[in-house]
Design a protein around this ligand. Structure first.
Ligand code: NAP
Length: 255
């Protein structure tokens, strides 16, 4: 099959300072897209976990594509609005939005302070809502666009033990995906979800679970390819929340 050409397209990836977000950003860039990398870690304000949006934007530019690194805490509405404004000022359009940024908090529910509950829901669910709302007017105006929401196997209750706020945020994100897909279908805007059902060796996952890391873990690059595939289907392919295994089976069929 002919490789997908995204020349001229603009992809915004949240949580692009490292891990799966960085891998998705690089997959879009390799196909020719211009990339807006957004997260909180920058060269000037790094985190204790490796990776910054400036490094990723530099890697995108090294491929000859346009790149913008925009520092943004997606739980903050004004910052998300500024992100959309910067994107449109620089590139004048948005074609693909990947709502990938997320945080987790591990504790029994009874020992989860409301502050932590709110943080997880505000980043993972409300942050994805804010980003979608910020970019949607431009997608609606153009009558095209593709949104991919990154979910987790933690939506299965037996895997949600000790991470209830995270699981609830991802279940909400999956519902958002399906409901928005219906509403946006007439506007040719696709909304799909990737449910990551196994562990992936992102910088964040390795940092927080060093004792659990195993060679069996998936790579961020393989997951970036799954996100790329979901984001680049025809607009009629919408409302699907697929596991990585389902995406890879579909990829093989369409190869
Ligand atoms: P990661 O390495 O921890 O990266 C998380 C990204 O989210 C970082 O770029 C981080 O950047 C960004 N982020 C966190 N809080 C943010 C905020 N308030 N505003 C903006 N950006 C923020 O995670 P990952 O493993 O690549 O995970 C990516 C996605 O896959 C997440 O949705 C996660 O739930 C999902 N997932 C991962 C696994 C896995 O095993 N790795 C499994 C299931 C699902 P800054 O810190 O620079 O802001």
């Amino acid at each position: 099959m002919k490789p997908i050409d995204l020349t001229g397209a603009v992809a915004v990836v949240t949580g692009a300072s490292r891990g799966i977000g960085r891998a998705a950003a690089m997959a879009f860039a390799r196909a020719g897209a211009q990339i807006v990398c957004t997260a909180r870690s920058t060269a000037a304000t790094p985190s204790k976990i490796p990776g910054t949006i400036d490094e990723v934007a530099e890697q995108v530019r090294a491929l000859g594509r346009g790149a913008l690194a925009v520092r943004c805490d997606i739980s903050q509405e004004e910052q998300v609005e500024a992100l959309a404004q910067c994107t449109l000022d620089e590139f004048g359009r948005i074609d693909i939005l990947v709502n990938n940024a997320a945080v987790n908090f591990r504790a029994p529910f009874a020992e989860t302070p409301m502050k932590r509950w709110d943080l997880v829901l505000n980043v993972n669910l409300r942050g994805s809502v804010l980003c979608t709302k910020a970019f949607l007017p431009h997608m609606l105006k153009r009558g095209s666009g593709s949104i991919v929401n990154v979910s987790s196997g933690a939506v299965n209750p037996e895997l949600a033990l000790g991470i209830v706020p995270y699981a609830v945020s991802k279940a909400g994100l999956e519902m958002l995906t399906r409901a928005l897909a219906l509403e946006l279908r007439p506007h040719h805007i696709a909304v799909n979800g990737l449910r990551i059902e196994t562990s992936v060796a992102s910088e964040g996952a390795v940092f927080f679970n060093p004792e659990a890391v195993s060679p069996d873990w998936d790579t961020p690059e393989a997951v970036g390819a799954d996100i790329f595939w979901l984001a680049t289907r025809a607009p009629s392919f919408t409302g699907h929340v697929l596991t990585m295994a389902e995406v890879r089976a579909a990829m093989e069929k369409t190869a």
